[in-house]
Design a protein around this ligand. Structure first.
Ligand code: DGL
Length: 269
């Protein structure tokens, strides 16, 4: 069985790319719920229903393990899915925890009590739904003490990226960084808490300045997936690599090809 990778749209391709580089022999099925993106402006119930439907499509494709390569779904829906929806022989994992473990200098599954860490002032950039869930702060509090987090809801950025309007996306990123800096003038680290944002990583880094360490998820999630598969080889198997979308396949394929700079062909989900 292939491993499933889900996002509301194209952002999860940043995770897919890193997973492909790290685990070239693992077949991946990517699912983009483009017809309903962006998720970041939806209610938690709505995000839960849409995420379950998309993950079910990946289960139907034969995936036993699905990565929610979407912070919004990880923040607003994952816990509820794990508690009441995911069948016992399947797994759904999110993208939050690997990032927080890296930031708090922990290895996978280190559940020791929270402690002081090097970073003290963290800027979190995420979608409105992720910010209002406070999931990041909750996960961080389990692992670190004395870290001040200032969150900036980056309205409009995902829409602009999905539309392929990178000039608008860049202008929005700069204005969100300015807004964050008014609240926290000198962050020492920044979290790109949406899988679309690594597509704008240079702009974030440029606007934040060279002294701010920018954490983005793709590589961290790939490493933690590799680790997970060593411990759970039964979650792996044969399968066919596919790219599925609820949107218009030609349109989504063009944008994906533009972002990954290689030919990607989506099919209707
Ligand atoms: N890539 C999703 C995330 O990581 C985007 C959410 C959205 O569709 O607004 O949050």
């Amino acid at each position: 069985m292939a491993v499933g990778i889900f996002d509301s749209g194209l952002g999860g391709l940043t995770v897919l790319q890193s997973v492909e580089a790290r685990l070239p022999d693992v077949p991946l099925v990517y699912m983009a719920d483009s017809a309903h993106a962006p998720y970041g402006v939806r209610t938690a119930d709505d995000i839960y229903e849409l995420t379950c439907a998309a993950v079910q499509r990946l289960f139907d494709e034969g995936c036993r393990l699905v990565i929610l390569a979407c912070n919004t779904a990880s923040a607003a829906a994952l816990r509820r899915m794990q508690e009441s929806w995911v069948p016992t022989d399947r797994r759904v994992l999110g993208v939050f925890v690997p990032l927080i473990e890296a930031m708090t200098e922990r290895r996978w599954g280190d559940n020791s009590p929270p402690r002081e860490v090097e970073v003290k002032h963290v800027a979190l950039f995420a979608t409105p739904a992720t910010v209002s869930s406070r999931a990041f702060q909750r996960e961080l509090a389990f692992r670190a003490i004395g870290v001040d987090v200032e969150a900036q809801a980056c309205g409009g950025v995902v829409d602009a990226i999905e539309e392929g309007d990178m000039i608008l996306a860049e202008a929005l990123v700069r204005s969100h960084v300015d807004a964050l800096k008014r609240k926290m003038p000198s962050p020492d680290a920044a979290i790109l808490g949406c899988t679309h944002y690594p597509l704008m990583q240079k702009t974030f880094q440029d606007a934040l300045g060279p002294d701010v360490r920018v954490f983005s998820q793709a590589g961290l999630v790939a490493d933690s997936l590799a680790d997970y598969l060593v411990r759970h080889p039964d979650m792996l198997g044969e399968g066919k690599r596919r790219f599925l979308t609820t949107g218009t396949p030609e349109r989504v394929s063009d944008r994906a090809t533009q972002f990954l700079r290689r030919q990607i062909r989506f099919e209707a989900a």
